[in-house]
Design a protein. Sequence first.
Length: 475
Amino acid sequence: MKNKFLLSLSFAAVFLSFHSSFAATTVSQNDTNSLNVTVYNNGFGLVKDNRKVNFTKGLNSLSFQGVSAQIQPESALFEGNGLTVREQNFNFDLLSRESLLRKFLGKDIEVIETHYISGKKTVEKAKVLSVDAGLVLKIGDRIETDYNGRLIFPDIPENLYDQPTLSINVVADSDGERNVELSYLTNGLTWRADYVAELNDNEDMLNLNGWVTLTNTSGIPYNNADIQFVAGAVNRIRPVVPRPMMFKAARAQVSMDAAGVTNAMSEEQLMDYHLYSLGRKTDIASNQTKQLALFSASGVKVEKEYKFTNIVPSYRNANGSGEFDTRNAEVVLKFDNDKKSNLGLSLPSGIIRVYKADSKKNMFFVGEDKIDHTAENEKVKLDLGNAFDVTVRGKETAFTSFSNKSYEAGYSLTFKNAKETPVRITYQQDFPYQWSIADSSIPYTSPTARQAQWVIDLPAKGQNVLNFTVRVKKP
């Protein structure tokens, strides 16, 4: 009997030891040592979360709280000295009225109804019969639908969580506290570059400020985090559909984290991409759009251009081209992204918004354009809109057909400038097939094989007329 009792105690000790190794250890965000978030242009982020955890030798079950609600579980990497991962599960069935009802389907709960006149409360037992197409309860000998009273649940099921949780089963080689790092990819993190440019009075220089606009809809905040941004399109094997979040999103907030030149981000090349680092810690709230200073450049040399493109239709119809409608010039700002122009930075893709002050120093918006990723020493062109005072009107003046494959056409284009100052315009015309200019009243160049270009000066409150003849031969 004594031996059997000792054997039972020994078995119980082994069982309790084995069971305790499976007892879940909650690893909360309060245990965080460091947090790094890298956001990519593609609309996802890489989270590296370093926390402090106390282990017992053998099998440990960790409930890693505070992970993104849009985590890609297959991308999770858990690391720590002397640790071996056996299994991991992402639990995203979050605590809510609907999830509680699903878990208690076919089970008893309590309902409380308050009489609308007397205020007397009645407590009854109820069985949950259905929840998918609306709540159906059996209360006593009656069936209730669309029940408006309070629902009382006896407990919270073990597999429901108040926040997204990654459960990890880990074997530790010894007892003790150690640092672990969880890395994973998540949707719901996006960034873009936004630029604000202030044009000077002479319109030959501008001050350019770059911002990173970061949006977090991943379902959790990232507090006291180191933030980095990758510019460039990283290849993804397949589009990842964001996992629907099991909670109501809060109203989005917008904050402006203004930092001067001293807080501008550092930049380095990462493989074939560009990596921007904030260089300080910051908080990213859930459902928040946040702006962070990227750089600030002053005195950037720019050139304004008035441009016309393809005033003459490329293909002449059988009835001739006749007169052309009046057109306004496109306003283009051009600058070189180099040190000589007081810039020379790697500019991520984004929108440049241009402002200029009036005579009373009030700032006005004068146009915007989107730029692609622009490396140092490349050129930037911004199409800001159409000029009110610089116009052209033209007509076909002659046409001779030599055959069904060749013809000669003459055109007269009148460029007008209603401004108080002289301007210079650029006119580019594309021609089909083989072409040549037979004569032109103003000299031209040929930037490409199928394009002629004229640079024309217009006096203040004046005009200039371009007459030219083109010969076209079809193959």
